[in-house]
Design a protein around this ligand. Structure first.
Ligand code: SF4
Length: 381
């Protein structure tokens, strides 16, 4: 019998206490009563996909072999809103390789010592904490439910539980944020006890249909955000957290293996409502609402809503665009480095015939990606 194929596994948990002003994710604030049935559905789905078990397995586009998860990522929504028992049985149902990375996204106000200990016992090796800011005014402006004190308690609980890797998510460019308060947030995060081994910092974006979108007075300013990005890079790298993707910095060895698999076009399972999966250029996504997802799995019907298959050319383009966003960069031949003056100062050689974005280049990554050389690209294996 062939060994199971090791893949990533993304599990979407679409429940939140309240909706943040900028959020357009597939999540609901009024359906907590579905949580247990939803976890049942996720367990049925993962067993069908990983092992071909149950009625549902017959209705799915099968993976070629049994799979086992090299990385598991519980994202959302707010996975820390699950009952602890549901969290434990969900993770127990996902077959994983020894030493698998298991990340759980959590909101600071949920991370009590009891929750962190239970998460560790369930196999979590990594917590991704939705901090966003340590400035009370900015948090209120983003519509976040927690206060800065909750972040301090959450970090301590993670440390006591012995979870050795944790990440802090930050957002810059929110209403009421100043140069001073952004610097204070970065320094405050690095002063947490224990301090995070990983930080993700994203520019606030305005998503259509959100409360933020309806209030142009609160739209972020591009120049301000560019300056805030530079400050983040300077402060984080001075503390030993190196950039490895546009919005991600980590201590060596604490990079997110799950996300690195995405950026390398690896394969990953999609479990849960609205989750997206990928296998060898074939992408699929699940039914969007928890009710429809639960009903599909319960009736033995595939919860996959739709899929698409990329052409080889599309895969090559995507591979280069994803890799350009990382410190691995791209083959120098895929960019007109010598002939296009617009690229001056935006990319630099990193050895072995590759180039990567400089700090100014990271701020203009989309413009650089537009210059990826299509004819040259087809010659790159
Ligand atoms: S906690 Fe996250 S998923 Fe939930 S509403 Fe806020 S940004 Fe969206």
């Amino acid at each position: 019998m062939p060994a199971p194929v090791a893949v990533g596994a993304y599990v979407h948990i679409p429940f939140c206490v309240s909706r943040c002003d900028y959020c357009a994710f597939a999540t609901w604030t009024d359906r907590h009563e579905l949580r247990s049935a939803y976890v049942d559905a996720c367990i049925g789905h993962v067993r069908a996909v990983q092992h071909g078990e149950g009625l549902l397995a017959d209705s799915l586009d099968p993976w070629p072999d049994a799979t086992t998860a090299a990385t598991v990522y519980l994202g959302g929504g707010t996975p820390s809103q699950l009952e602890i028992g549901d969290l434990q049985r969900l993770l127990a149902a996902i077959d994983r390789v020894p030493g698998a990375e298991v990340t759980i996204e959590a909101n600071p106000e949920d991370v009590t010592p009891r929750w962190a200990a239970a998460a560790a016992a369930a196999g979590a090796t990594r917590i991704s904490l939705g901090v966003q800011s340590l400035d009370e005014t900015v948090l209120r402006g983003l519509g976040r439910a927690h206060d800065p004190a909750a972040v301090v308690s959450a970090a301590a609980a993670i440390g006591v539980a012995g979870i050795s890797s944790y990440s802090v998510d930050l957002i810059f460019g929110g209403c009421g944020e100043t140069d001073k308060s952004w610097l204070a947030t970065l320094e405050g995060v690095l002063d947490l006890e224990p301090s995070p081994s990983h930080v993700s910092a994203y520019a606030l974006t305005v998503e259509r249909g959100t409360p933020l979108w309806r209030d142009p007075a609160r739209y972020p300013d591009d120049d301000v955000q560019a300056a805030r990005y530079d400050v983040a890079d300077r402060v984080l790298s001075a503390h030993g957290l190196e950039w490895y993707e546009l919005s991600n910095w980590a201590l060596p060895g604490h990079e997110s293996r799950h996300n690195q698999n995405y950026w390398a076009q690896g394969d990953y399972l999609a479990i849960g409502a609205a989750a997206h999966g990928h296998r060898s250029g074939h992408r699929s996504w699940n039914l969007r609402t928890p009710e429809r997802y639960i009903a599909a799995v319960a009736s033995g019907t595939s919860p996959v809503a739709a899929s698409e298959t990329l052409t080889e050319a599309e895969r090559r383009t995507e591979a280069l665009e994803l890799s350009l966003r990382t410190r691995r960069g791209v083959p120098a031949a895929s960019l007109p480095v010598r002939s296009d003056p617009a690229l001056d100062g935006l990319v630099e050689p990193i050895g072995q015939g590759r180039v990567a974005l400089t700090l100014p280049g990271r701020r203009l990554a989309n413009e650089v990606a537009c210059r990826i050389d299509q004819p040259e690209m087809s010659k790159i294996t």
